[in-house]
Design a protein around this ligand. Sequence first.
Ligand code: 5BU
Length: 262
Amino acid sequence: MAPKNATYAARAKVHKNPLAKQLLELMERKKTNLSISVDVTSSEELLRIVDQAGPHICVVKTHIDIVEDFSQDLVEKLTALSKKHDFLIFEDRKFADIGNTVSLQYSSGVYKIASWAHITNAHAVPGDGVVAGLKKVGQPVGRGLLMLAEMSSAGSLATGSYTTATVEMARRHQDFVMGFIAQRRMSERDDEDFLVLTPGVQMESKGDAMGQQYRTPQQVIEKDGCDVIIVGRGIYGQPDKIEETSRMYRAAGWEAYQRRCT
Ligand code: 5BU
């Protein structure tokens, strides 16, 4: 892996995974390591939030199955916003079934996730077949996969040897797996460079009533060596201040990255 203090630009130059390279280039070009998680149930509200946060983010993370009025029009508009503001779309689907099933869940059904989400993620619990099933669908159309190596929630079972085995699984599929959802940097090896995208980030609160645990951008990026902060309620929780709050988290994330690089 590139040294902890390597810049996104330097890592982009040599990265072999196409989606990881694309994201690192985007982060450097736009000077942001902020991803917004837009967990709202209306298409109109989702698009409004994304349009306002758009200038400040590198990734929009969705849970498309919570949108009550989902339609193909939503994904077309979201895709148009991703071009307008230059960000990638990450559907936080957390696939966790046998390869044959996940390949159908990823390509088909109501959502046809692979047709619009640049990035998705999967649990390692089914074994390598889950990656094989997603790769079969996603790789030919240039998609990337994140493995869930750790979770932000209290009492998560994704720790210790499970996390280690997840990293091993990712190593076997580096042409498709671009990195991890985790709470810290996952590898110090200099022959690999997995991106780490980290949820459970907020500056105001330490957690919620259902086990979510928050850490600050400084802790996540500067101390624990993660690459992207994922912020949900910390931004969309104040619907009238989306632009302002996104700007603030973007600045906090980028300053933490710059301190890490020096
Ligand atoms: P929040 O509002 O910032 O707490 O939202 C966090 C988002 O990240 C939400 O969509 C979760 O589903 C997602 N998430 C998480 O919070 N923790 C995890 O470990 C993983 C995903 Br994986």
